[in-house]
Design a protein around this ligand. Sequence first.
Ligand code: UDP
Length: 328
Amino acid sequence: MPSSVLVTGGAGYIGSVTVELLAGSGRRVVVLDDLSKGHREAIPADVPLVVGSAGDSELVSTLLREHEVDSVIHFAAKSLVGESMEKPGDYYEANVVHGARLLEAMEAAGVRKIVFSSSAGVYGEPESVPIGETHRTEPVNVYGDTKLAFEKILRWRAGASDLGFVSLRYFNAAGATERCGEDHDPETHLIPIALKVAQGKLPKLTVFGDDYETPDGTCIRDYIDVRDLANAHILALDALDSGRSGVYNLGNGEGWSVLNVIDTVERVTGKTLPREMGERREGDPAKLVASSALAESELGWKATHPELADMVEAAWSWLVDHPEGYAA
Ligand code: UDP
């Protein structure tokens, strides 16, 4: 029997799309998720789900052995920037301590390959855009700092042992597959909020600041299709198999402002979105755009759905099929 890939946090948004792709490519997959945010329904019926924490060493050790795991994709984390500022201890515990325990269990079981779900949040306020991997890393929130801390653990451990790691720094994930979509509670992200307004489930959208130094005054972000993001994890596993480790940005290299996003959602859904101008949200840089040149040259990755309208279209069609999210 071939060995399997353990996907922690595989019932979440990006994790579930990655599981779908991995299973579709014929790999053996096992998911570990505590279901605090993830959805059981997001995991294909033939993929085993172990409910629990990546920080539960005993559970992880057993499942690494029983499922003959030879590589890990580690998504399981807390990921709300605002909450991270209010409860830093919870974030260091979940994102750093649990991750460190996972690495211990992997080492004890002889599992030597890991793909880590990192974030553009490691950079903080950009000095220049597009942002490359050598850009200064100075997170401006706890969430970004926990991601950077775990990257450092990976780097030092890899330097001292035969551990191989690929850290993927995501910019703004968007879109859906037919099976898997974005269903957060609470929802804080721009595109799903705009789609909820289009659905009539929210009365209006608040634009967080229109006095930034950008052409229309609203923040610019780099949206990347979740299918392209998921595919990068498969390429990262291939890279690890050929002995490569590294840190890679994943974005489109193109930026859209908040108003561009609202226009696109209106065009795709055919609805007018009531909106109001609000205050800036704390910790929001004016412009975040990635250079993914390294992922292209070293991983062979390329965005295949680079158009924002395609991402919004996919997210909207998932929502039309799942008007109440996974709960329906
Ligand atoms: N945003 C907004 N209104 C909302 C949610 C988000 O104006 O209700 C803005 C936010 O300030 C940022 C952009 O939309 O400039 C993308 O925010 P999101 O939370 O989706 O992703 P982030 O860039 O924070 O990871």
